[in-house]
Design a protein around this ligand. Structure first.
Ligand code: RB5
Length: 143
């Protein structure tokens, strides 16, 4: 299982913590940057992570910016990406069960690191439910 990570400066610190957390859980991580708190443009990093997942180079992705909003919008512009911005464990569980989100977005300035790791774990450890949700996911993928 390869997980791609990307952030802008606002999500950099959280990305680094997630990277360590994932390594501790035994996942392979592809870090697409950014690599410091110097200001960068989140659309480029959301696009990079989206393309890494949509192309199959990574199985899943996690993106972080200040709020998680901008970088999730960018990732969702890539066909085949279903990126869910989550601020709770319940949202993380549901975005896998119902949306089969292949990228998780988090806000480095809006979600505390401890909660962010719980959200990451819930999303990774939850299975897609399929059934009626498959039809809706297919509709998303065909847009
Ligand atoms: C950067 O200042 C900030 O706008 C960005 O990290 C993000 O929150 C955008 O949605």
């Amino acid at each position: 299982m390869i997980i791609a990570l990307a952030s802008d400066h606002g999500g950099f610190a959280l990305k680094e913590q997630i990277k360590a957390h994932l390594a501790g859980r035994g996942f392979d991580v592809t870090d697409l940057g950014t690599n410091s708190e110097e200001s960068v443009d989140y659309p480029a990093f959301g696009k990079a992570c989206g393309e890494e997942v949509a192309s199959g180079k990574a199985d899943l992705g996690i993106v972080c910016c200040g709020t998680g909003i901008g970088i999730s919008i960018a990732a969702n512009k890539v066909k085949g990406v279903r990126c869910g911005l989550c601020t709770s464990v319940e949202m993380a569980t549901l975005t896998k069960q119902h949306n089969n989100a292949n990228i998780l977005a988090l806000g480095g300035r809006t979600t505390a690191p401890e909660l962010a790791m719980e959200i990451v774990d819930a999303w990774l450890d939850t299975e897609f439910e399929g059934g009626r949700h498959q039809r809706r996911v297919d509709m998303l993928d065909n847009m």
